[in-house]
Design a protein around this ligand. Structure first.
Ligand code: ACO
Length: 277
């Protein structure tokens, strides 16, 4: 096929509160080219504050989630432009991964196939990750003569115990879906024909919750990891107080009232009803 237009490198649909976003270069196993990186940032920007989007799911068209960076368009072609070309391409990729790490809505990686190298950037950026049993995960950088850059080494070390991360990076062998789940790269691996259903189920549970509270909570989980205990205590007090200000629905008072006064739910067993007082 002729080269795909930039606008067609990412597809999305919003259905019942869920934005289903896809890497859309199946003929290139969804490897990330500068065009795709630019388009993905546009799509993320378009969806982030929409009232009809509560959860964003990132998956891939065809047999891959993402085969990592595009060796031709991201590496070879940009290197030909000198350092300026390389740095520019890196910024375009890292920018959307960072946007996704701190996204306003909860994000779920739905890994439907190959996930290599640079793909670990967006994998880590997503708050939750589910994969199909036949997905394959690899730091293949070692197999073609580079180290796992673009954050991939950091992702392996953040998500896996050190010995496993080292083996994964040095050997360049792939992990199956269940192996990736056991290693901590994803939350769960399920049979391919159940992946969409399982992710929809998780998304529905998230949609029932207060998105301001979800945003504060996901940021807290990412931030406190590198804080001392005392700093984390302080940060969490301030984050809650900021949430009290931002949450115009006053969720915590609704939650308290529904439990303590109305006795319509128990927080230990379910979530409060955000649609009633
Ligand atoms: N960069 C550039 N082109 C790619 C990439 C990539 N990362 N991955 C796949 N393609 C292209 C292939 O060159 C091929 O193009 P062509 O049709 O013009 O020849 C097309 O996508 C289909 O790829 P195949 O290899 O034919 O597909 P297959 O299903 O047999 O294999 C697999 C899939 C295993 C993903 C294989 O394509 C592969 O090994 N890709 C590279 C994976 C990788 O190491 N990525 C880089 C990680 S390191 C980093 O991201 C920094």
């Amino acid at each position: 096929m002729t080269d795909r237009a930039e606008v067609d490198t990412v597809s999305y649909q919003v259905i019942d509160g869920i934005a289903w976003v896809k890497f859309n270069r199946p003929e290139k196993r969804n490897c990330m080219s500068p065009k795709l990186n630019r388009q993905m940032l546009r799509v993320l920007n378009e969806l982030e504050f929409r009232d009809d989007v509560g959860v964003l799911v990132l998956s891939g068209e065809g047999s891959a989630w993402s085969a990592g960076m595009d060796l031709k368009e991201y590496f070879r072609d940009t290197e030909a432009l000198g350092l300026k070309g390389t740095r520019h391409a890196q910024r375009e990729a890292y920018t959307w991964w960072e946007r996704l790490r701190w996204y306003q809505k909860v994000t779920i990686a739905m890994v439907n196939g190959w996930c290599f190298g640079g793909g670990y950037g967006p994998l880590y950026s997503c708050d939750l990750a589910f994969c199909s049993d036949d997905a394959q995960f690899g730091l293949s950088e070692i197999n073609w003569g580079i180290l796992p850059g673009g954050g991939a080494t950091k992702v392996a070390v953040e998500l896996m115990p050190m010995r496993q991360a080292m083996y994964h990076a040095l050997l360049g062998e792939n992990l199956t879906g269940p192996e990736a789940a056991a290693a901590g790269l994803v939350n769960e691996s399920v049979p391919a024909d159940q992946l969409h259903g399982r992710v929809s189920e998780i998304a529905q549970k998230l949609l029932a919750k207060n998105w301001e509270t979800l945003k504060a909570t996901k940021d807290a989980v990412r931030r406190v990891g590198e804080m001392t205990y005392t700093n984390a205590e302080d940060y969490l007090i301030r984050a809650q107080e900021a949430l009290n200000f931002h949450d115009k629905s006053d969720g915590r008072h609704k939650g308290m009232k529904q439990f303590l006064d109305d006795k319509t739910f128990r927080p230990g067993l379910s979530t409060y009803d955000k649609n009633r007082d």
